[in-house]
Design a protein around this ligand. Structure first.
Ligand SMILES: *Cc1c(COP(=O)(O)O)cnc(C)c1O
Length: 399
């Protein structure tokens, strides 16, 4: 059967792309959904067919499961279209995508700049693992000036997030790219919190974008995955390393990603909308000390967010007037959000970073890394906006 990919009209809308992009016009047995190809290896009809494959004369995806899978290929193709990237590569987790990219780019004697408000495990990987292979690193504030000052002769890679987590900092990406290119340094942006619905760093010349697909892209808190996106030349080099290391996303995960992506723009639109409503509500509430949301004028990176983002994402961080216990009382009084780490799913989740990612540290140690005991991170789900605001209101009335 003729396996042709869907070809969408030029200028098709983002949701049309998310439903149909990357998929075959007709699947095996005319199934409307992309099948889960649960296979570890692939057969050849005869030796001539094998030779055709290795000499690039056939359109089959791979000869062995570690090198590719048709369900995975569709998921990657859809992600690539949504990010407007040349190439995409799936991984079994966001962290596996981050670590494989760093391994592929850095060698002994290189220096890496990581912005301070980056995902904790990314910082840990550079500090604890890459240092054993002779890779140096510096932490710096997530702004272009600090990054420029931190550059050394041997700087090879700049890693930042946008927005960062939990303070939702939005660095000036254009400026960072300009500085990096002038110094022949590669840029990697973890764009998990923005998502390609709100921001596309590759359009500004960033070399590699990573997402924890676990979060908004898959969106249902039911699968772990990561993706790297960028130019084919960069991504194919990383794919070679992936084939050696063996960090492969399985076909069931790819199926869940494809399914999740079909509703991604709808979910994101709702989450953007509710988060802005929640942030504005909290900012005007007398029991709240400070709200961190890049869609608010009070946020330090409001101007960058206006310049780069179509929406400001589904995470709202805020500091309550009071201490750790006041925060716990609020969290425990909320009825809709569950207490859990993670962000980006259909269910609202709430947490106190002090008691989640930073549980083992003392209050003083946390303050040193900028995590305050009265800080709460609220990941907005797709529940009704009014219900979430009402829930916050009744919980704040209890403290
Ligand atoms: C969750 C997350 C990661 C790690 O992704 P996993 O899928 O959990 O491995 C990396 N970066 C950011 C910004 C994240 O939120």
């Amino acid at each position: 059967m003729d396996q042709k990919k869907n070809s969408l009209e030029k200028g098709s809308g983002y949701t049309t792309q998310s439903v149909h992009g990357g998929e075959y016009e007709f699947n095996d047995k005319y199934a409307i959904t992309t099948p889960i190809y649960q296979t570890a290896t692939y057969t050849f009809e005869n030796t001539a067919q094998l030779c055709d494959f290795f000499e690039g004369r056939s359109n089959r995806i791979s000869e062995y499961g570690r090198y590719g899978n048709p369900t995975q290929e569709v998921a990657e193709h859809k992600l690539r279209e949504l990010e407007n990237a040349e190439s995409a590569l799936l991984f079994p987790s966001g962290m596996n995508a981050v670590t494989t990219a760093i391994f592929a780019i850095c060698k002994q004697g290189d220096h890496v700049i990581v912005t301070s408000d980056s995902y904790r495990r990314t910082r840990q990987f550079i500090r604890q693992v890459m240092s054993r292979f002779g890779v140096e690193f510096s932490l710096c504030e997530p702004d272009a000036m600090s990054i420029e000052k931190t550059i050394q002769k041997n700087t090879r890679l700049i890693i930042s997030e946008s927005p960062t987590n939990p303070y939702l900092r939005v660095p000036d990406i254009e400026k960072i790219v300009e500085i990096a290119q002038r110094n022949h340094i590669k840029t990697l942006i973890d764009s998990t919190l923005a998502t390609p619905y709100n921001f596309r760093p590759l359009d500004y010349g960033v070399d590699i974008v990573i997402h924890s697909v676990t979060k908004y892209l898959a969106g249902h808190n039911d699968v772990l995955a990561g993706v790297l996106l960028g130019k084919s030349s960069i991504i194919s080099a990383i794919k070679e390393l992936q084939a050696i290391i063996g960090g492969i996303s399985d076909p069931n995960s790819s199926y869940l990603i494809i399914r999740g992506l079909k509703t991604f723009p709808l979910r994101m639109e709702r989450q953007n909308h509710t988060a802005l409503a929640v942030a504005s509500f909290l900012e005007s509430h007398p029991k709240i000390e400070k709200v961190w949301y890049p869609g608010l004028k009070s946020h330090p990176d409001y101007a960058h967010a206006q310049k780069y983002m179509n929406g400001f994402g589904g995470v709202v961080s805020f500091q309550i007037k009071g201490n750790l216990q006041t925060g716990s009382l609020l969290v425990d009084s909320m009825k809709i959000p569950k207490i859990a780490p993670s962000i980006g799913g259909v269910e609202s989740l709430i947490e106190q970073p002090s008691l989640m990612s930073y549980y083992e540290l003392t209050t003083e140690e946390r303050e040193k890394v900028g995590i305050y005991d009265n800080l709460i991170r609220f990941s907005i789900g797709i529940e009704d906006t009014d219900d979430i605001v009402k829930d916050l209101k009744q919980a704040l009335d209890k403290i």
